[in-house]
Design a protein around this ligand. Structure first.
Ligand SMILES: [Zn+2]
Ligand SMILES: [Zn+2]
Length: 228
Protein backbone atom coordinates (compact mmCIF):
# COMPACT_ATOMS: atom_id res chain seq x y z
CA UNK A 1 0.00 0.00 0.00
CA UNK A 2 1.42 3.43 -0.87
CA UNK A 3 2.00 6.22 1.70
CA UNK A 4 -0.89 8.31 0.31
CA UNK A 5 -3.37 5.50 0.95
CA UNK A 6 -2.03 5.10 4.52
CA UNK A 7 -2.65 8.80 5.20
CA UNK A 8 -6.17 8.62 3.76
CA UNK A 9 -6.95 5.52 5.84
CA UNK A 10 -5.59 7.18 9.01
CA UNK A 11 -7.66 10.31 8.31
CA UNK A 12 -10.75 8.20 7.71
CA UNK A 13 -10.31 6.18 10.92
CA UNK A 14 -9.48 9.38 12.85
CA UNK A 15 -12.63 11.05 11.48
CA UNK A 16 -14.80 8.09 12.45
CA UNK A 17 -13.31 8.07 15.96
CA UNK A 18 -14.00 11.79 16.37
CA UNK A 19 -17.55 11.34 15.10
CA UNK A 20 -18.07 8.40 17.45
CA UNK A 21 -16.76 10.47 20.39
CA UNK A 22 -19.08 13.38 19.53
CA UNK A 23 -22.05 10.96 19.40
CA UNK A 24 -20.99 9.51 22.78
CA UNK A 25 -20.79 13.03 24.23
CA UNK A 26 -24.25 13.89 22.87
CA UNK A 27 -25.61 10.68 24.40
CA UNK A 28 -24.10 11.58 27.78
CA UNK A 29 -25.58 15.11 27.63
CA UNK A 30 -29.00 13.78 26.58
CA UNK A 31 -28.99 11.20 29.40
CA UNK A 32 -27.95 13.84 31.91
CA UNK A 33 -30.67 16.24 30.71
CA UNK A 34 -33.35 13.51 30.83
CA UNK A 35 -32.26 12.55 34.35
CA UNK A 36 -32.35 16.17 35.55
CA UNK A 37 -35.81 16.62 34.05
CA UNK A 38 -36.94 13.37 35.71
CA UNK A 39 -35.69 14.69 39.08
CA UNK A 40 -37.58 17.93 38.53
CA UNK A 41 -40.77 16.11 37.50
CA UNK A 42 -40.62 13.81 40.54
CA UNK A 43 -40.17 16.84 42.82
CA UNK A 44 -43.28 18.40 41.24
CA UNK A 45 -45.28 15.22 41.95
CA UNK A 46 -45.29 13.34 38.61
CA UNK A 47 -45.90 9.61 38.86
CA UNK A 48 -43.43 7.05 37.56
CA UNK A 49 -45.45 6.21 34.42
CA UNK A 50 -45.54 9.86 33.32
CA UNK A 51 -41.85 10.47 34.09
CA UNK A 52 -40.91 7.40 31.99
CA UNK A 53 -43.19 8.55 29.16
CA UNK A 54 -41.72 12.06 29.09
CA UNK A 55 -38.03 11.36 29.64
CA UNK A 56 -37.56 7.93 28.08
CA UNK A 57 -35.92 6.66 31.31
CA UNK A 58 -36.76 3.11 32.36
CA UNK A 59 -39.28 2.34 35.09
CA UNK A 60 -36.46 0.76 37.12
CA UNK A 61 -34.40 3.99 37.08
CA UNK A 62 -37.37 6.28 37.87
CA UNK A 63 -38.62 3.98 40.65
CA UNK A 64 -35.20 4.27 42.27
CA UNK A 65 -35.31 8.08 42.04
CA UNK A 66 -38.54 8.32 44.02
CA UNK A 67 -37.40 7.16 47.46
CA UNK A 68 -34.13 9.05 47.01
CA UNK A 69 -35.91 12.34 46.34
CA UNK A 70 -39.13 12.05 48.34
CA UNK A 71 -38.50 9.31 50.90
CA UNK A 72 -41.57 7.47 49.55
CA UNK A 73 -42.37 5.17 46.64
CA UNK A 74 -44.16 6.60 43.58
CA UNK A 75 -47.93 7.01 44.01
CA UNK A 76 -49.79 4.40 41.96
CA UNK A 77 -51.94 5.23 38.94
CA UNK A 78 -51.73 6.09 35.29
CA UNK A 79 -52.15 9.28 33.28
CA UNK A 80 -55.90 10.16 33.08
CA UNK A 81 -57.66 9.36 29.83
CA UNK A 82 -61.06 11.08 30.24
CA UNK A 83 -62.22 14.57 31.24
CA UNK A 84 -64.64 13.33 33.96
CA UNK A 85 -62.59 14.73 36.86
CA UNK A 86 -62.31 18.24 35.31
CA UNK A 87 -66.04 18.48 34.53
CA UNK A 88 -67.08 17.89 38.13
CA UNK A 89 -66.64 21.59 39.03
CA UNK A 90 -66.36 24.97 37.34
CA UNK A 91 -63.34 25.75 39.54
CA UNK A 92 -61.49 22.77 38.05
CA UNK A 93 -62.44 23.92 34.55
CA UNK A 94 -61.19 27.44 35.34
CA UNK A 95 -57.87 26.02 36.54
CA UNK A 96 -57.64 23.85 33.40
CA UNK A 97 -58.10 27.03 31.36
CA UNK A 98 -55.28 28.77 33.28
CA UNK A 99 -53.01 25.80 32.49
CA UNK A 100 -54.02 25.89 28.83
CA UNK A 101 -53.20 29.65 28.62
CA UNK A 102 -49.80 28.99 30.18
CA UNK A 103 -49.12 26.25 27.64
CA UNK A 104 -49.85 28.71 24.85
CA UNK A 105 -47.38 31.22 26.30
CA UNK A 106 -44.64 28.85 27.43
CA UNK A 107 -44.51 26.04 24.89
CA UNK A 108 -41.97 27.96 22.81
CA UNK A 109 -39.60 28.29 25.78
CA UNK A 110 -39.09 24.62 26.61
CA UNK A 111 -36.82 22.42 24.52
CA UNK A 112 -38.71 19.24 25.30
CA UNK A 113 -42.20 18.19 26.36
CA UNK A 114 -40.87 17.68 29.92
CA UNK A 115 -39.33 21.14 30.17
CA UNK A 116 -42.52 22.82 28.82
CA UNK A 117 -44.58 20.93 31.43
CA UNK A 118 -42.12 21.93 34.17
CA UNK A 119 -42.33 25.63 33.13
CA UNK A 120 -46.15 25.49 32.93
CA UNK A 121 -46.65 23.71 36.26
CA UNK A 122 -44.20 25.86 38.22
CA UNK A 123 -45.89 29.03 36.90
CA UNK A 124 -49.39 27.64 37.54
CA UNK A 125 -48.45 26.74 41.14
CA UNK A 126 -46.90 30.18 41.68
CA UNK A 127 -49.92 32.19 40.49
CA UNK A 128 -52.71 30.11 42.07
CA UNK A 129 -53.08 30.22 45.85
CA UNK A 130 -54.45 26.68 45.99
CA UNK A 131 -53.69 24.74 42.79
CA UNK A 132 -56.41 22.15 42.10
CA UNK A 133 -54.64 20.35 39.26
CA UNK A 134 -51.78 17.97 39.96
CA UNK A 135 -48.90 17.94 37.48
CA UNK A 136 -50.43 14.84 35.84
CA UNK A 137 -53.77 16.58 35.36
CA UNK A 138 -52.05 19.71 34.02
CA UNK A 139 -50.19 17.52 31.50
CA UNK A 140 -53.50 16.05 30.29
CA UNK A 141 -55.15 19.44 29.54
CA UNK A 142 -53.58 20.00 26.07
CA UNK A 143 -54.07 16.29 25.32
CA UNK A 144 -57.85 16.78 25.68
CA UNK A 145 -57.70 19.22 22.77
CA UNK A 146 -55.37 16.98 20.76
CA UNK A 147 -57.83 14.06 21.02
CA UNK A 148 -60.80 16.34 20.14
CA UNK A 149 -62.54 15.88 23.50
CA UNK A 150 -62.32 19.63 24.12
CA UNK A 151 -62.31 22.58 21.73
CA UNK A 152 -61.30 26.22 21.87
CA UNK A 153 -64.51 28.21 21.71
CA UNK A 154 -65.94 31.65 22.41
CA UNK A 155 -68.37 32.26 25.31
CA UNK A 156 -71.81 33.46 24.12
CA UNK A 157 -72.14 35.67 27.23
CA UNK A 158 -68.75 37.34 27.90
CA UNK A 159 -66.97 36.70 24.58
CA UNK A 160 -63.71 35.27 25.99
CA UNK A 161 -62.14 32.26 24.35
CA UNK A 162 -61.84 29.17 26.53
CA UNK A 163 -61.50 25.41 26.25
CA UNK A 164 -64.04 22.77 27.16
CA UNK A 165 -66.36 20.18 25.63
CA UNK A 166 -68.91 21.47 23.11
CA UNK A 167 -72.25 22.26 24.83
CA UNK A 168 -75.67 21.20 23.54
CA UNK A 169 -77.17 24.59 24.34
CA UNK A 170 -74.75 27.28 23.13
CA UNK A 171 -71.33 28.07 24.58
CA UNK A 172 -70.86 29.22 28.19
CA UNK A 173 -67.41 29.57 29.76
CA UNK A 174 -66.77 28.15 33.29
CA UNK A 175 -66.75 31.67 34.83
CA UNK A 176 -70.15 32.54 33.33
CA UNK A 177 -71.54 29.11 34.28
CA UNK A 178 -70.52 29.82 37.88
CA UNK A 179 -71.93 33.37 37.71
CA UNK A 180 -75.29 32.21 36.35
CA UNK A 181 -75.71 29.78 39.23
CA UNK A 182 -76.39 32.82 41.40
CA UNK A 183 -77.81 35.31 38.89
CA UNK A 184 -80.86 35.34 36.60
CA UNK A 185 -79.76 34.74 33.00
CA UNK A 186 -82.38 37.17 31.78
CA UNK A 187 -82.20 40.21 34.09
CA UNK A 188 -79.10 39.57 36.31
CA UNK A 189 -81.07 39.63 39.58
CA UNK A 190 -79.57 37.56 42.40
CA UNK A 191 -81.27 34.16 42.72
CA UNK A 192 -81.10 31.53 45.41
CA UNK A 193 -78.23 29.11 44.77
CA UNK A 194 -78.98 25.45 45.33
CA UNK A 195 -75.76 23.41 45.34
CA UNK A 196 -77.71 20.14 45.10
CA UNK A 197 -80.19 19.44 42.32
CA UNK A 198 -81.07 21.59 39.35
CA UNK A 199 -80.66 25.33 39.79
CA UNK A 200 -83.00 27.95 38.37
CA UNK A 201 -81.84 29.67 35.18
CA UNK A 202 -84.12 32.71 35.63
CA UNK A 203 -85.68 34.58 38.55
CA UNK A 204 -89.34 34.18 39.52
CA UNK A 205 -90.23 37.54 37.87
CA UNK A 206 -88.65 36.54 34.54
CA UNK A 207 -90.26 33.10 34.72
CA UNK A 208 -93.69 34.74 35.15
CA UNK A 209 -92.97 37.10 32.28
CA UNK A 210 -91.89 34.20 30.04
CA UNK A 211 -95.09 32.28 30.87
CA UNK A 212 -97.16 35.37 30.03
CA UNK A 213 -95.34 35.90 26.74
CA UNK A 214 -95.83 32.25 25.83
CA UNK A 215 -99.55 32.51 26.57
CA UNK A 216 -99.84 35.67 24.47
CA UNK A 217 -98.03 33.99 21.58
CA UNK A 218 -100.27 30.89 21.77
CA UNK A 219 -103.42 33.02 21.83
CA UNK A 220 -102.14 35.24 19.04
CA UNK A 221 -101.78 32.23 16.79
CA UNK A 222 -105.37 31.09 17.49
CA UNK A 223 -108.04 33.36 15.88
CA UNK A 224 -110.47 35.26 18.00
CA UNK A 225 -108.54 34.96 21.26
CA UNK A 226 -109.08 37.99 23.50
CA UNK A 227 -105.99 39.98 24.46
CA UNK A 228 -104.46 39.18 27.85
ZN1 LIG B 1 -68.23 33.73 29.70
ZN1 LIG C 1 -84.79 37.79 36.02
Amino acid sequence: MCVGNHDQLRALVGGQERESKILDDIEVVTQARNTLEAVHLVQLGARTALVCQLTGLTKKVVSRLYPLLTGMPSPPGQVPFTDTWYLKSNQRMLHANVVWRLYQHLEKIGRSTSSVLIHVYETYSAIMDAPLLTLTRAFFVPRLIAINAWYEQSCDHCGISYIGPLGNDGSTCPACTEYFKRRCRSCGTSIEYRPAGRWKATCTGCQEQQKLNKKRHTCGVAHGCPKI
